[in-house]
Design a protein around this ligand. Structure first.
Ligand SMILES: [Zn+2]
Length: 191
């Protein structure tokens, strides 16, 4: 996990910095998202795509109602598409967010072997895309950049939905004004 490069244009950089500083996220004090996440886990294990799509919608509807934003449309699709990168590498797309429609798409199978995605991966992808939606509709971060704050808000939503405590993310500076997660430090902390 690595953050985006800070934009050069001043107006965009200000929003970027506000997003970076916003590390907290209010969360429901009941289990409405935990229950919705359990239904995601159940339908994913049953490889029930239609049921999983309904469960992901319910999760996003409940979260949207809590945050006071419009509920985003959600689609669950089969295998992840492969994306070709400059330099010839390929990477799998886990999900995406469409700005204009607010459509969230997540994929339930791996690109090559068509294996069912793990629950943790699918839920964290859904939380990631939902946080893009929150950025646009609640926080006014129109570019919805991947800042440290963005990843921390996403992680808070994810851990809350799994009914587990939030684990603070350890960051280390990377080139170009970016930050990446220091997994080794995080493992030592929790070890
Ligand atoms: Zn993203």
């Amino acid at each position: 996990m690595i953050t985006d490069r800070p934009p050069r244009v001043r107006a965009r950089r200000e929003a970027f910095e506000r997003s970076d500083r916003l590390r907290e996220l209010p969360l429901p004090d009941d289990d409405r998202l935990v229950r919705a996440a359990r239904e995601i886990e159940r339908t994913l294990a049953a490889e029930d795509r239609a049921g999983l799509e309904r469960a992901c919608r319910t999760f996003c509807e409940r979260a949207a109602a809590f945050f006071g934003v419009p509920a985003p449309p959600v689609r669950v699709l089969a295998a992840r598409p492969l994306r070709r990168y400059r330099g010839g590498g390929r990477t799998e797309l886990y999900g995406d967010y469409e700005f204009d429609s607010g459509l969230i798409r997540v994929f339930m199978r791996t690109a090559v072997h068509k294996k069912v995605t793990s629950f943790g991966t699918l839920l964290s992808t859904l939380c990631h895309e939902f946080c893009h939606h929150l950025d646009v509709h609640r926080f006014g971060f129109d570019d919805t950049p991947h800042t440290r704050g963005f990843y921390e808000r996403t992680a808070r939503l994810y851990h809350h939905a799994r009914g587990e405590p939030y684990r603070a993310i350890a960051w280390v500076r990377a080139p170009g004004g970016t930050w990446r997660v220091d997994w080794a430090r995080m493992r030592r902390r929790s070890g």
